[in-house]
Design a protein around this ligand. Structure first.
Ligand SMILES: [Zn+2]
Length: 209
């Protein structure tokens, strides 16, 4: 079993598999290497399951010439100062994932601010601000002050799913829960909201970056 062993001043062993597929075992000082290899053997099944999960989750190709689809539009990846211009996404030669994340946060704020304002105006919702988060567990949130936050990962959603996320959060400015009343507000705007919600739950973009 190939694992990266990190020894430190800790009390327990901690095993993890990174999203890059690296097995990492954190070990307290003083634990023998025999114990470490036995520990890895005992957890081999769990490690294998995690590695399978990593192998199956789709990866972003950020090499030059690769295509990235953001908000339903295709962009070609190229090398250069990080920016989005003329249907191209320029990323530096090194640290591409980090650069893309920073770029997307700005881009998503711009796109989602406009889209939220447009939908709010059309259907008469009032909110106080739009922000962008790095949340992985949820696409959006709306607090009691009417601040709506979207994870930058919404950039990878097709427009119709983005629209559902926006309508969902705007509906929270009127009904602050997921009651029948809330579903009525959403359903009045998007009669096919159930289909969109299902598609959103199955979308893999939450695993990117
Ligand atoms: Zn909600």
């Amino acid at each position: 079993m190939e694992a990266k062993i990190i020894r430190s001043k800790r009390k327990t062993l901690a095993l993890s598999v990174t999203r890059e597929g690296e097995v990492v075992l954190r070990v307290p000082y003083g634990v023998s290497s025999t114990y470490v290899s036995r520990f890895l053997q005992v957890h081999a099944g769990w490690i294998e399951a995690q590695l399978n999960k990593v192998a199956q989750s789709p990866k972003l190709d950020l090499s030059d010439g690769a295509e990235l689809v953001l908000f339903g539009s295709a962009y070609r990846v190229g090398t250069g100062r990080a920016r989005i211009a003329d249907e191209k996404i320029y990323l530096p030669a090194e640290g591409r994932e980090g650069a893309l994340t920073r770029l997307l946060k700005k881009f998503v704020l711009q796109v989602m601010s406009q889209a939220t304002a447009r939908i709010a105006e059309t259907y008469g919702f009032a909110y106080s601000a739009v922000r962008v988060s790095s949340a992985r567990g949820r696409w959006g949130s709306c607090n009691r002050s009417g601040v709506i936050a979207y994870t930058f990962r919404v950039a990878f959603l097709p427009p119709e799913l983005c629209e559902y996320v926006i309508v969902h959060e705007l509906a929270h400015t009127v009904v602050f829960n997921h009651s029948a009343e809330f579903r009525e507000v959403v359903g009045a705007i998007l009669p096919d909201w159930k289909r969109r919600r299902k598609a959103l739950k199955e979308h893999f973009a939450m695993n990117f970056l």
